[in-house]
Design a protein around this ligand. Sequence first.
Ligand code: OGA
Ligand code: NI
Length: 355
Amino acid sequence: MGEVDPAFVQDVEHRPNLAAAQAEGIPLIDLAALAGYSPSDGEVADSAAVEGLVAEIGEACKEWGFFAVVNHGVPAEKRERIEREAREFFGQGLEEKKKVRRDEKRALGYYETEHTKNVRDWKEVFDFTVQEPTVVPASPNDGEEGVIEWTNQWPEYPPGLREACEEYAQELQKLVRKLMGLIARSLGLPANRFDEFFKDQTSFVRLNHYPPCPAPHLALGVGRHKDAGALTILAQDDVGGLEVKRKSDGEWVLVKPIPNAFIVNVGDIIKVWTNEAYDSVEHRVMVNSEKDRFSIPFFFNPPHYTMVQPLKELTDERNPPKYRPYNWGKFFVGRKANNFKKLDVEPLQIHHFRI
Ligand code: OGA
Ligand code: NI
């Protein structure tokens, strides 16, 4: 039994079951019917196959909040390239990585001290935003107006990291547009309903490295959480460790790695937009004592000035809004500051806005 810094140790009820039985996993959705569709067409191509996809995605968002996609149109070489560069980046000494370390002022770049629900995660990350620069509120506090610009911090080594990241982000941008179009249609809305949230978006990509851990029964790579943004698209390697809390029975189930697939999950914003028709589900990451694990989530987030609230089209007298509007930018920068270090206050959650 290994020893770890107590900062990493989870409370007993949140420790992983390393030998969890693997029953029914998340739905697998084949996007082949979308081949040839280009987001600039505005609409998702109409066909019986696409209608089927729309229904499958709606069902998955409702019942699981998670699904895997294959034949998604992201070229394998773009993904392999960013995965290679990420390995190379994290393989360097701490001194080199710390040259692009984030701090209280610069929210992007490298860091190794992220906390989830005030327990330290067994991981190191590198964050970059999709929009350059990304505009966000200067302060998470209500009443303190003013915005700032986040700019990416690119390392000198490996020299190819920046281009690999930028190209990958462009590809994921196309995929997330298609998925948001399908999700809109599954709600009975026009395919372009969510287009307005792409302009000035605060989306970001995270390179995750989970080193081998001497105490995988005590620590987690990422503690249990829900993603705060709209939609997450995750590339995971073949090691495995991501677990989802299955809605039907509350069991933690492993999300099995599928070569070349992406894992998609609903974030809190879609949960609020849909007035809880679609669910953001808890997930966490187990670590292991032998293998390094790498993953790359793309977090699709709306512009900072978005007031997140149940969509008018999806609410009425019989289904009144379950949430008060909240400002995404304030929420987002508040969360970022909170994850950076251990605080004494409870992190901001959407249930604080529940009516
Ligand atoms: C996250 C996350 C999962 C993974 O970064 O929010 O849930 O497998 N990551 O790395
Ligand atoms: Ni997550």
